[in-house]
Design a protein around this ligand. Structure first.
Ligand code: NAP
Length: 305
């Protein structure tokens, strides 16, 4: 089994929210993480071209996340705005890291210092990106590195081979892939074990292909880590989400997170925020237990979304 049972149901706003209420997943069958994690992309700025977030507040969010039991933080070297990077904030807030903290990072896109996007990284650029992640995070190896496929890449065989080399050199513990189809996942798995798939997925953003990929990952013990779990740019306002939220005295964001945690024991939630209040709210969703009637209502929403 890849999961341990979560604690019994409790209110959506407990006095002290705890990521542990979401239960645990074993990455690669050996590295435990709480299923309630944190996404660091929005810590430097609200969007790629700003405005900047308050770095002191972002540091507080990171420290509080870990206090509340988050032990899985998702980042990337290319999450930066001007001279503030997500990796740099993580290091400032949390280094030296607790043994149990798993930091997952990504390589794949190219980005110039001004923030402009470049062609997908070639082998040398991928190697340089891994070394940049190591340097910025202040670690001698990376727990989990995703190859983030760019839209222009139909095959990931060649760039994934660069990651496999880096893993063989001891710089990476586990490999993942992001923004991939089932065929691209298979290309990667032909070369080395893949422990996590990070694709866009939420109750309002779901396709038959993603459902199949999720089912396949679940069956084979691969973590499925949805990006944009709250829609990416602000929590959508939908009557069904509102109704379910009202029934539980919860918020729409909490229902979206709780839904993800319900759809499969292999889903790891990584909602992102630079707001301390939203962080507490999102982590409290680990204890929100949706019922059959809620799921049926949300299922209809998906079918018509
Ligand atoms: N692999 C990929 O290609 C890829 C792409 C995108 C993202 N990611 C990863 O996925 C993580 C999650 O995605 P994301 O952060 O972009 O989007 P998200 O988690 O879907 O949503 C974040 C947005 O929702 C707002 N928000 C968060 N909690 C809220 C709450 N309780 N109530 C109201 N608004 C709330 C945030 O604003 P506030 O700051 O004001 O709370 C922010 O604007 C990222 O941090 C990143 O690690 C990966």
């Amino acid at each position: 089994m890849t999961t341990t049972p979560a604690s019994p149901a409790s209110p959506a706003s407990p006095a002290s929210p705890s990521a542990a209420a979401a239960g645990t997943f074993l990455l690669g069958g050996e590295l435990p993480v709480s299923r309630m994690g944190f996404g660091a992309m929005k810590l430097p700025s609200r969007d790629w071209d700003g405005p900047a977030c308050d770095p002191e507040q972002s540091l507080r969010v990171l420290r509080r996340a870990v206090e509340l039991g988050v032990d899985h933080i998702d980042t990337a070297w290319f999450y930066f705005f001007r001279d503030v990077s997500a990796n740099g904030l993580i290091r400032r807030a949390l280094h030296p890291y607790r043994d149990e903290l798993v930091i997952a990072t990504k390589i794949g896109p190219g980005r110039d210092p001004e923030g402009g996007w470049l062609d997908p990284a070639d082998r040398d650029a991928l190697r340089a990106a891994v070394h940049r992640n190591l340097r910025e995070l202040g670690v001698d190896h990376l727990d989990l590195v995703y190859l983030r496929r760019m839209p222009s890449q139909s095959s990931i065989a060649e760039p994934f081979a660069a990651l496999v080399e880096l893993r063989e050199e001891g710089l990476i513990r586990h490999l993942g892939v992001s923004n991939v189809t089932a065929d691209q996942l298979a290309e990667a798995e032909a070369q080395a074990p893949v422990v996590a798939v990070q694709n866009k997925f939420s109750v309002l953003d779901r396709t038959a292909n993603q459902d199949r990929l999720l089912a396949d990952c679940t069956e084979r013990g691969i973590a499925f880590v949805p990006f944009f779990p709250l829609g990416g740019t602000g929590v959508p306002d939908h009557p069904a989400l509102r109704r379910v939220a009202e029934r539980h005295g919860a918020t729409r964001a909490q229902v979206m997170v709780a839904w993800l945690l319900t759809v499969s024991p292999s889903v790891l939630a990584i909602p992102g925020t630079s707001s301390p209040a939203h962080l507490e709210e999102n982590i409290a969703a680990a204890a929100l237990r949706l019922e059959a009637a809620d799921l049926a209502e949300l299922e209809k929403l998906t079918a018509t979304a």
